[in-house]
Design a protein. Structure first.
Length: 201
């Protein structure tokens, strides 16, 4: 099994090299869902779960991103925490309750920073469909991509969406891979799988 070597922050030249055809990513079909947690005891979507997925040599590690009430980008799978919708909960409140390993709920910036410490495991960002305002999911997708570009993290990232318009917005904005996993007939009852596959690559 390939083990990832963690390095210090990469130089600008290294980031450019990674964006321009780097081929050193782990080559296997394994995407760790919410990081490595079932066999490690890590909380799902924790920074520790990403680190262990990378150490195990996974091609990618998936994480789930949502908006907080103030549009902060936070990593959490479920739509609710402690009975409250993530998208309606202030960021400070989300960070106040720690995960089972003592971590706070990670931000996307923290997650990307962790991913960029190594060059073997991709970060698969699942842009979660927001419960109360699906259109806000499009804003979420664009905010995620803006942060990825700001951090120079394009080489590390691929996207997963569950809301067709969010996927279309990403395809119009970035050349990064965008995959769709959702209930497309709810988004567009007249759509067909073929049309969805053309809209979202």
């Amino acid at each position: 099994m390939t083990l990832c070597v963690y390095s210090s922050t990469l130089s600008s030249q290294e980031k450019i090299r990674l964006r321009s055809g780097y081929s050193g990513w782990n080559k296997n079909p394994v995407i760790s869902h919410r990081g490595a947690w079932k066999n490690t005891g890590n909380p799902q979507n924790s920074l520790a779960s990403f680190r262990d997925a990378a150490r195990m040599g996974c091609h990618g590690s998936e994480c789930d991103v949502r908006f907080s009430k103030e549009d902060s980008l936070v990593i959490f799978h479920d739509g609710r925490r402690n009975g409250k919708l993530i998208e309606e909960t202030p960021f400070s409140e989300l960070r106040a309750t720690r995960l089972s390993n003592g971590e706070v709920m990670p931000t996307l910036r923290e997650y990307i920073t962790e991913a960029m410490k190594q060059k073997k495991t991709k970060l698969i960002i699942d842009i979660k469909t927001l419960s109360n305002d699906k259109q806000r999911t499009v804003e979420l997708a664009l905010a995620v991509n803006s942060l990825v570009v700001e951090m120079g993290a394009e080489a590390w990232v691929e996207y997963l969406v569950g809301y067709v318009p969010a996927g279309v917005a990403l395809v119009e904005t970035t050349d990064l891979p965008v995959a769709y996993l959702g209930q497309w007939m709810q988004d567009d009852p007249d759509a067909t799988p073929e049309r969805i596959s053309v809209s979202i690559r």
